[in-house]
Design a protein around this ligand. Structure first.
Ligand SMILES: Nc1ncnc2c1ncn2[C@@H]1O[C@H](COP(=O)(O)OP(=O)(O)OP(=O)(O)O)[C@@H](O)[C@H]1O
Length: 229
C-alpha cells in the first residue's frame, strides 16, 4: 500500500516536542550503564512526571533530555529534529528551559529583571521581554511583585518567578527537576499547579519523589533501576 509516512514527531494527530530514543548512559568509572535503552515521549503541551526511587537516574535522564549531558547512545529529538553535537548551546535556555529545586535568582535584582534575562540573552528586545515576563508573572500570581527585589520573595514566590524565567522564551520543552522539593506541601501543590498551567503550550518533563505532584501531570512514568550484568 502506498501513502505518506507519518512523521515521527506527529502521532495520531498529536505533535511530540520531546522524544528520547534508546538512551544509554554510563557515568565514567561506573561499572555499568545507569540508563539502558530508555524511551520517552512528551507530546506538545503535555506533561510527563518521572518517578523512581532515589539514585535510579531521574536527574541523569532529565540532564540528557535537557541537553546538559550527551547520551552514550540513542537520540534526543526536540520539535522533530535530532539534537546534534553542537545544538545544545543554541537550544538551551531558549527552546529548552530548566526549573530546578533551587531557583538561584539574582538576589539584588527585581523579579522582572530576573525574569527577562533568558529572553534578553537570546536577542529579544527589552520591551518585548518585559511584556512577556509581565504576562507570565501575572499568570503565576506575582503581578504585585514585579519590582520587588528577588531576595525578598518567599520560597513559593521565588519558585514561581523561576518558572516565569524558564518560560519567558516560550520554550518547546521545560525540564523541571524536583521543582517543589524545598517547599511545604500546600506551597508545593500551589507551585506545581501554577507551573503546569503557565506551561500550557510547552512540553513539561518533571522529576519528583512526591506522588501528589506526579499525579498532577498528564502522564506518570516509572523509571526502572538499571539491570546488572
Ligand atoms: N557526576 C556523576 N558522576 C558519577 N556518578 C554520578 C554522577 N551523578 C550521579 N551519579 C550517580 O548516578 C546515580 C543516579 O543519580 P541521579 O541523580 O540521576 O538519580 P536520581 O534518581 O535523580 O536520584 P535522587 O532522587 O536522589 O535525586 C547515582 O548512583 C549517582 O550517585
Amino acid at each position: 500500500m502506498s501513502g505518506a509516512v507519518e512523521p515521527l514527531n506527529c502521532r495520531a494527530g498529536r505533535h511530540v516536542s520531546l522524544i528520547l530514543r534508546d538512551i544509554w548512559y554510563r557515568y565514567p568509572r561506573s561499572d555499568r550503564p545507569l540508563l539502558q535503552g530508555v524511551e520517552l515521549e512528551v507530546p506538545t503541551g503535555a506533561s510527563v512526571a518521572v518517578m523512581a526511587p532515589s539514585g535510579v537516574g531521574k536527574s541523569t535522564l532529565l540532564s540528557i533530555a535537557g541537553l546538559l549531558i550527551k547520551p552514550d547512545r540513542g537520540t534526543v529529538q526536540i520539535d522533530g529534529k535530532d539534537v546534534g553535537p553542537k545544538d545544545g548551546k543554541r537550544l538551551l535556555g531558549d527552546r529548552v528551559s530548566w526549573v530546578l529545586q533551587s531557583v538561584n535568582l539574582l538576589p539584588h535584582r527585581t523579579v522582572l529583571d530576573n525574569t527577562i534575562l533568558p529572553s534578553r540573552a537570546h536577542g529579544s528586545s527589552l520591551d518585548s521581554s518585559r511584556a512577556t515576563a509581565t504576562m507570565l508573572l501575572t499568570q503565576l500570581g506575582l503581578s504585585h511583585r514585579l519590582t520587588s527585589l528577588a531576595r525578598t520573595l518567599s520560597g513559593g514566590e521565588a519558585q514561581r518567578a523561576g518558572v516565569a524565567r524558564a518560560l519567558v522564551t516560550s520554550p518547546s520543552v521545560l525540564i523541571a527537576d524536583e521543582p517543589t522539593a524545598n517547599l511545604d506541601r500546600d506551597t508545593a501543590q500551589e507551585v506545581a499547579t501554577a507551573l503546569l498551567s503557565a506551561a500550557q503550550n510547552t512540553s513539561v518533563l518533571l522529576a519528583t519523589h512526591d506522588p501528589m505532584i506526579a499525579e498532577m501531570a498528564d502522564t506518570v512514568v516509572h523509571l526502572a533501576p538499571a539491570r546488572g550484568d
